[in-house]
Write a protein that binds this ligand. Sequence first.
Ligand code: ATP
Length: 217
Amino acid sequence: MGIFGGTFDPIHNGHLVIAEQVADVLGLERVIFVPSGVPPHKEFSSVKAPAEDRYAMVEAAVRGNERFVVDRIEVDAGRAMYSVETVPLLKERYEGDEWFFVSGADEVSNLLQWRDPDGFLAEARMVAATRPGYDISNLDHLAAELKNFDRIVPVECTRLDISATTIRRMVAEGKSVRYLVPEAVYETINDRGLYGEENGAPVDAREGSLSSEEDVS
Ligand code: ATP
């Protein structure tokens, strides 16, 4: 079983390629995409699209891939959830013997900033998928600090130099992001007017959005 957590603001083909290739290499039966409600690792004001829009884009993106599902656990929580807390809850919700948390190499390098990284690694092995600009062969700073360092699994994937930040910037500049995201995501961005200049304000500045005041501890 694979768990793929992220802000997905928006989900893009870089995410889908690592999910598919990691599932293939490790023989995963299922990859559960878990869009965050309030991401604990990012400055809240940097999240542009409301959680429901990010969830809808993930749902649209995974449709048609029978190995991929989306879970609302973090969107429904309405507060920041740490992976060390989410993973055990997902393990109760879905059946599976072996659990992997899929992430890009940049995220893995940051693991010491996560809440209880050793506890998290005890719950699931962490996949370090290759990402342009990040070196997975150099995780020595983690080896020195983590008891469960050997539960990090590097997986070589096709490197796509796509980030959600670039996509948001391109949309705001009026450039086409077609083919960087699945067609259904491209349509959702256009139909809902996401990431345009007028919607460039952070979600907490808009009506009906989650408040940045909420407890993130
Ligand atoms: P942003 O640019 O807003 O920071 P992002 O593109 O990094 O977003 P996230 O939703 O933060 O996307 O990422 C979720 C996970 O997917 C993270 O583990 C990240 O490392 C990984 N990831 C994102 N894009 C790629 C990519 N192009 N190649 C490999 N891994 C990726």
